[in-house]
Ligand binder design. Structure first.
Ligand code: KIV
Ligand code: ZN
Length: 506
């Protein structure tokens, strides 16, 4: 069966989502999980855009053993040099060059004539080809380009050495019928098209990104660019999990295989959610918490009689396993390590030891520690940023008839710093006390809380987003006590702001 290549751009297009700023450890953790998921290409960043991106792409390319790692670059020698430097140590490096071809972009953004764009595209591909055999060329805003001009550009970049040509619907404007016809037009009018793989890259402004991508596949595309949980600029990109499960569940219709291990989808989705702090909607296809939940009696009865009455795929097929196996405070390190392995976490002894300490602390507070609790602990571990400030203790007085007052003790450079503050409710009071100690003032943009597991003793995960110097930073806190989750999330966010400030000053 013919294969569709899955090109994951969570770490590049996905990371462009406002409010997402992953540190190096988080990017690496996600890249490792994407490799486990079995994607064909990981676009790990835009090396010329920042030192952080360059370092992340370099590290990811060096570290991954099976997956092609790619970097994005503009059609400029300096960008291509930076990209090659970053990806060259990878097992199969790819350079991804983009240049816009639509009249709007050429006139207003690039301020170039079509002929100049054509020449720049060809020159950039030739330049990249000196270093790397695997070159992808993207005609940005391809869908709104003049088809005749686009055919010319694609023909010439293929002749110059491009091995993949990407056809983005950059602004999510296409409908499935139009996009399929557009890809077919490329198949029919670009004479050397059989020398390259056609790739689709669809944005979700009209909610059609997955439908458009699959329509492109039917028309002849053999690579789909997508992001985990569909994160990305504005309404996001095509969701990897929806594309992959669409191809898998409806293989009878599409007739293609792909290399993704669908059983890794749920874990990858959860990891992406916790690292990016972009919550998955409950009704999100495939990975939303309601995706396999049946509320109505008729449906429950049907599913019990035969799952396929109301389920077209099983939770197990995406690796969402309900285990009866619960650990508690009497469980030992051996049982804990075994459970981690069964859950698919491959950790070194040091990390297991650290996680085991956290597990014991949790087991003291919570009767039964479930698989989801354990996964949340591990994901939280990889979320850690440098702890410039660490929570030692906090106290709160609050009620419906009194002004809330909070006291906070934070450890900074081995010294305990204490402050108290009043606030409009307990959370406001704690955050103000932290602000007094840290001495930087951020604007709180968003605060959200959700239960990670079920039951009265469930762990509550708080996500905090703050604005500092025109950037949005987010952090998370996890505890069985929601006030503790809140203060941990706020400190985690502040630590990110400080790390970022330090990196910018370095
Ligand atoms: O949406 C887009 O056009 C892109 C390109 C840079 C590939 O992300
Ligand atoms: Zn894009």
């Amino acid at each position: 069966m013919e294969q569709i290549r899955i090109f994951d751009t969570t770490l590049r297009d996905g990371e462009q989502t406002p409010g997402i700023n992953l540190n190096m450890a988080e990017k690496l953790a996600l890249a490792r999980q994407l490799e486990r998921l079995g994607v064909d290409v990981i676009e790990a960043g835009f090396p010329a855009a920042s030192k952080g991106d360059r370092e992340a792409v370099t590290k990811i390319a060096r570290e991954l053993k099976d997956t092609s790692v790619c970097g994005l670059c503009r059609a400029l020698p300096s960008d291509i040099d930076a990209c090659w430097e970053a990806v060259k140590q990878g097992v199969s490096p790819r350079i991804h060059i983009f240049l816009a071809t639509s009249p709007l972009h050429m006139e207003y953004k690039l301020k170039k004539q079509p002929q100049q764009v054509l020449e720049a595209a060809v020159a950039a591909v030739k330049y990249g080809k000196q270093f790397c055999s695997d070159i992808e060329f993207s005609a940005e805003d391809a869908f709104r380009s003049d088809p005749a001009f686009l055919y010319q550009v694609l023909e010439q970049v293929i002749a110059a050495g491009a091995t993949t040509v990407n056809v983005p619907d950059t602004v999510g404007y296409a409908t499935p019928e139009e996009y399929g016809a557009f890809i077919r037009g490329i198949m029919d009018h670009v004479p050397n098209i059989e020398k390259a793989v056609i790739s689709v890259h669809c944005h979700n402004d009209l909610g059609l990104a997955v439908a458009n991508s699959l329509s492109g596949v039917i028309a002849g595309a053999r690579q789909v660019e997508c992001t985990m949980n569909g994160i990305g600029e504005r309404a996001g990109n095509a969701s990897l999990e929806e594309v992959v499960m669409g191809l898998a569940v409806r293989r009878d219709h599409y007739g293609f295989a792909c290399g993704v291990d669908t059983k890794q989808i749920y874990r990858t989705s959860k990891l992406t959610e916790s690292l990016t702090a972009v919550d998955i909607a409950t009704n999100k296809p495939v990975v939303g918490s309601n995706a396999f939940r049946h509320e109505s009696g008729i449906h429950q009865h049907g599913v019990l009689a035969h799952p396929q009455t109301y389920e077209i795929m099983t939770p197990e097929s995406i690796g969402k396993v309900q285990s009866d196996f619960v650990l508690g405070k009497l469980s030992g390190r051996h049982a804990f390590a075994l459970r981690l392995e069964e859950l698919g976490f491959r950790l070194d002894n040091e990390t297991i030891d650290a996680a085991f300490v956290k597990f014991k602390e949790l087991a003291d507070r919570k009767k039964e520690v479930t698989d989801r609790d354990i996964s949340a602990l591990i994901e939280k571990k990889s979320l850690q940023v440098q702890e410039h400030y660490k929570l030692q203790s906090f106290q709160i007085q609050t009620g419906n008839n009194i002004t809330s007052i909070a006291g906070v003790d934070l450890v900074h450079e081995d010294m305990v710093h204490s402050e108290a503050a009043v606030g409009n409710g307990p959370i406001d009071a704690i955050f103000r006390a932290v602000d007094k100690i840290v001495g930087i003032s951020c604007t709180l943009e968003n605060y959200s809380i959700r239960a990670v597991t079920d039951g009265k003793d469930a762990m509550g995960e708080v996500t905090v987003k703050v604005r500092f110097a025109d950037r949005i930073y987010s952090g998370k806190g996890l505890s069985t006590d929601i006030l503790e989750s809140s203060v941990l999330a706020y400190i985690n966010t502040i630590n990110r702001v400080i790390s970022d400030q330090e990196a910018a000053e370095a």
